[in-house]
Design a protein around this ligand. Structure first.
Ligand SMILES: C[S@@+](CC[C@H](N)C(=O)[O-])C[C@H]1O[C@@H](n2cnc3c(N)ncnc32)[C@H](O)[C@@H]1O
Length: 260
């Protein structure tokens, strides 16, 4: 699968639209306090995913390898392995949102002491939890940042694990654009997320019900390729693999190296 990405004016416009809920950032000046410049929790997170990511009791309950494995029907290890297979020790990596369980410490260990891991999340409670998990890894930092509003930093790889399906369309476009822009030439963005399963998949009706009930934006990923959210240009080469009867996918966008 080859597709192209336009990261210029259209992507900036999309990002601004997606971040309409961030007035504090829009008006920020260099003299503003860190607190004033911190991103606000987006409306979709407050209104749809509060129960999963913002409520302290839920965070304590969900933040375990066992729960993540159950939610992913036993595929978490395999999918994490598929993501890590794209990353080499010593690389600089952006993880675009916190993940429950041991994902980040394992990633920091995988990158090794010569590597660098920056985890971001837009929810302060998630940032605190992840900082605690990564306290023994000097190569890792956790920042309170919106994945649609990245800074100028560039990474070898950006890793986006089960974030896209939770985002409304404008935010999804903005996050994909920002991640594509965040990697160096020759680098890549790794997306692992839901995918439309085979029509005869026994779990398709179950997942359909779960999405209709709890995850209203997830089915967009059944209908659209991840590359669709990155616009059109010839800067990237895209590849995709699916897992578990097509219920999950890994999509890798490789940024072409600059000509010598
Ligand atoms: C990575 S996703 C889902 C991961 C997976 N279901 C798990 O096991 O944790 C959940 C995280 O994304 C974060 N998040 C949502 N929107 C975000 C955004 N625009 N920027 C950064 N983090 C975001 C949430 O705060 C939450 O911590």
């Amino acid at each position: 699968m080859n597709a192209t990405v336009d990261l210029s004016e259209a992507s900036n416009a999309r990002r601004q639209a997606a971040c309409g809920a961030l007035p504090a950032m829009a008006d920020a000046t260099p003299s503003d306090s860190l607190e004033a410049r911190a991103p606000q929790v987006p409306a979709y997170l407050r209104e749809i995913y509060h129960w999963a990511y913002l409520n302290p009791r839920s965070v304590r309950f969900f933040d375990s390898e066992l729960i993540v494995s159950l939610i992913l029907w036993g595929n978490h290890r395999r999918l994490r392995h598929a993501a890590f297979a794209e990353l080499r020790p010593g690389q600089s990596v952006l993880q675009s949102a916190c993940v429950y369980g041991d994902f980040s410490p394992r990633l920091a260990r995988h990158l090794g002491p010569e590597g660098r891991l920056e985890v971001i999340d837009v929810a302060p409670i998630q940032v605190d939890g992840c900082r605690h998990k990564l306290r023994d890894f000097p190569q890792a930092v956790v920042q309170h940042t919106d994945a649609a509003q990245l800074h100028k930093e560039r990474y070898d790889v950006a890793c986006c694990y089960f974030l896209l399906h939770e985002l409304p369309s404008d935010s999804r476009h903005a996050v994909v654009d920002a991640l594509l822009e965040s990697v160096v030439p020759g680098g890549k963005v790794v997306f692992v997320d839901y995918h439309k399963p085979h029509w005869a998949h026994p779990l398709k009706p179950v997942m359909s019900l779960v999405f209709d009930t709890l995850e209203p934006f997830a089915k967009d990923l059944w209908d659209n390729e991840v590359s669709h959210y990155g616009g059109e240009s010839d800067e990237f080469v895209w590849r995709k693999e699916t897992y578990f009867g097509g219920l999950y996918q890994k999509v890798v966008a490789e940024k072409k190296a600059e000509p010598a």
